[in-house]
Write a protein that binds this ligand. Structure first.
Ligand SMILES: Nc1ncnc2c1ncn2[C@@H]1O[C@H](COP(=O)(O)OP(=O)(O)O)[C@@H](O)[C@H]1O
Ligand SMILES: [Mg+2]
Length: 288
């Protein structure tokens, strides 16, 4: 559905995207996972035709219908919820959506229906008449997403939709993405929260310095790059408790050996995560 080939983009001397190629399949939730400055927003701007690449090609769509996002016909398939909120604080939620719907060319009853449908989808139907300046950060994020859905796009780009959002709104956003996927929408989702990427994405690209370091399902990435599990065994109790941690490719074997040596108070196995994948690919932690 989305094909990026050898994309390059520099701003002056700084290279934001450095030879990036990606394919996103129809109907999947695809994660762009990387730290701040990795090039996620620039990649999304190029993929959606908002920014021209210095080099490389972008094609969106399937079969004979595929084309460049710079063509109006192709752009009509795309929705973008930008990282920097694009909302009018002095208008109500509904007024904001009516405004954006009019930009998409929706009129009359069709526009009113789209506004109501999208307010409901993001759980803001009962707050639509309130001014946006009275919204919480999470509500603004949800309205920002609603604005990207008014024209019923087939491909949705979400740029850090959960950054700085309260847990309830974060949960709501995760649920909305799951609903959109069920309706067959292809979703590209950028985040620096690996837990979210692990939960939501069918496939993930690990992005750093404008390059895709690895692409695959979370399971594939963890088995290829995640490294060892850690077994934590606690012996004794209270002030006499001691904890032994062992990094191993065979956690169950280590646990069995610990059990065979005598009584243990408790034990836990920590499997490798996307965080371990990022660490092993870059030598750095994803956490800010
Ligand atoms: N308009 C711009 N002008 C100058 N530098 C930019 C601009 N946009 C992005 N950059 C730089 O490009 C790099 C990638 O930025 P960005 O795509 O925003 O990364 P991310 O979204 O992963 O945080 C950063 O070093 C950033 O400072
Ligand atoms: Mg960004």
């Amino acid at each position: 559905m989305i094909h990026l080939r050898d994309i390059r983009k520099s701003f002056g001397k700084s290279t934001a995207v450095d030879g990036l190629s990606l394919d996103v399949y129809s109907g999947e939730v695809f994660g762009l996972l990387g730290p701040n400055g990795a090039g996620k927003t620039t990649t999304i701007s190029i993929a959606t035709g908002l920014l021209a690449a210095d080099e490389g090609t972008v094609r969106i769509g399937t079969g004979a219908g595929a084309g460049s996002p710079r063509e109006a016909r192709v752009r009509a398939l795309l929705g973008v919820a930008p990282q920097s909120l694009a909302l009018y604080d002095e208008l109500t939620g509904r007024e904001n959506l009516h405004f954006f719907a009019s930009i998409y060319g929706l009129r009359g009853a069709e526009r009113a229906a789209a506004v109501i449908r999208c307010l409901e989808l993001v759980g803001l139907a009962d707050r639509g008449r309130d001014l946006v300046k009275a919204y919480s950060g999470g509500m603004k994020r949800r309205l920002n997403l609603a604005a990207a859905l008014l024209h019923d796009p087939r491909v949705l780009f979400l740029d850090e939709p959960t950054a700085g959002v309260d847990p309830q709104s974060r949960h709501a956003l995760v649920e909305i993405v799951a609903q959109l996927k069920q309706r067959g929408v292809t979703v590209v989702y950028s985040t620096h929260y690996m837990e979210e990427a692990e939960r939501m994405c069918d496939r993930v690209a690990i992005i750093d310095h404008g390059r895709a370091l690895a692409v695959g399902t979370v399971g594939e990435l963890i088995s290829a790059h995640g490294g060892a599990s850690v077994v934590e065994v606690v012996r004794g109790a209270g002030e006499h408790a001691s904890v032994q941690r062992t990094a191993t490719p065979d956690p169950l074997g280590v646990l069995a050996a610990a059990l065979a040596t005598g009584s243990i108070a408790s034990a836990r196995i920590h499997g490798p995560t996307l965080e371990s994948v990022f660490l092993s690919l870059t030598g750095r932690s994803l956490r800010d």
